[in-house]
Design a protein. Structure first.
Length: 168
């Protein structure tokens, strides 16, 4: 398998929408509740600062994706935010790590100095271990900050990592 992370193209949208919706339907990671259709998905991904896909360079299969965008504006506009989605059939293949590393590089290229994750669900231990291994710092815990699909609430753990040398 030859995994390449690259900027998405319109031809990737059906797979991106399928993978995104899979995470939304699971109801344990993304805050979104509404599924994307082709039109809303096209607009959603186009509105991001950058959207990348993890693709097998030989068979052109998409395994995952990420979106990168500002976390805030003005005096906090140097902070970006990202979301990652890996298809359920591709988990455990280190796709997430490749996506996060590329996201960090793209964040720098797009002039961001800090990458912050606002709402990492506490029970998402695989993501949390990955972020910590890649040098992200947990900011604390927001008790019951995420409503699961079943209606229960789970803690969220914001994380950040400095991307630019000009900060700190």
């Amino acid at each position: 398998m030859n995994i390449v992370i690259r900027e998405y193209t319109e031809a990737d949208l059906p797979d991106m929408i399928r993978i995104w919706n899979e995470i939304v339907e699971e109801g344990t990671a993304f805050p979104q509740e509404d599924l994307l259709d082709y039109d809303s998905g096209r607009e959603f991904f186009k509105a991001q600062t950058y959207a990348g896909v993890a693709v097998d360079g030989e068979i052109h299969k998409i395994y995952g994706l990420y979106i990168l965008h500002p976390n805030n504006v003005g005096r906090c506009g140097h902070i970006c935010n990202a979301s990652f989605a890996v298809s359920s059939e591709s988990r455990g293949m280190h796709i997430g790590e490749k996506l996060v590393l590329d996201c960090m590089a793209q964040g720098r290229l797009h002039g961001f100095g800090v990458l912050q994750f606002n709402a990492v669900v506490a029970t998402n231990v695989h993501a949390r271990h990955l972020y910590e291994r890649l040098g992200f710092t947990q900011l604390g815990i927001i008790p019951k900050g995420f409503r699961l699909k079943n209606g229960d609430y789970e803690d969220i753990c914001p994380y950040y990592r400095i991307l630019g040398k000009y900060i700190m």
